[in-house]
Design a protein around this ligand. Structure first.
Ligand code: NI
Length: 151
């Protein structure tokens, strides 16, 4: 189901989301998140952006180029960040038409659970690394507006 997006300056965007402990309803939440993200259209979405204060992120880095790679991150933890940073122009579905150049570590490693609670870990770079960090920010109540505009 396509949900209404929570838009800046809604105060929920500044709040820390809660860890998922019970996974019964996560499948439905994740479906709604993908429906809303693809409709928007975007490549990443955090649960807070449709009003659920839970630590759930969905991402599909390649669908706009015809190579769908849907991924679900429940309770993600960033375990490593590279020292080298890269600047990307990032958009946010909750802050329409306000792209911002943000500098972030080029590579991140993380641990997370899937929608069934099973553990995973992986290392990401390129667009995926930037997107994951952008969405992880949402779980911590941060947005691109909390980052300085990079040169
Ligand atoms: Ni965003």
């Amino acid at each position: 189901m396509i949900r209404d997006l929570v838009l800046h300056p809604d105060e929920r965007l500044g709040k820390v989301s809660k860890p998922v402990k019970r996974f019964e309803a996560v499948g439905t939440l994740v479906r709604d998140m993908f429906d809303t993200m693809y409709d928007a259209p975007g490549r990443g979405l955090a649960a807070v952006q449709i009003g659920f204060m839970q630590r759930v992120v969905v991402m599909d880095a390649g669908w706009k180029e015809g190579t769908p790679t849907p991924m679900v991150f429940v309770n993600p933890i960033i375990t490593e960040r590279s020292d080298d940073e890269v600047v990307n122009e990032e958009g946010c579905l909750s802050i329409p038409d306000t792209p911002r150049r943000v500098s972030r570590p080029a590579q991140v490693s993380l641990r997370w659970q899937d929608e069934n609670g099973l553990p995973h870990e992986g290392t990401f770079e390129g667009f995926e690394a930037a997107c994951i960090q952008h969405e992880f920010d949402h779980l911590e109540g941060r947005t691109i507006l909390d980052h300085p505009e990079a040169a």
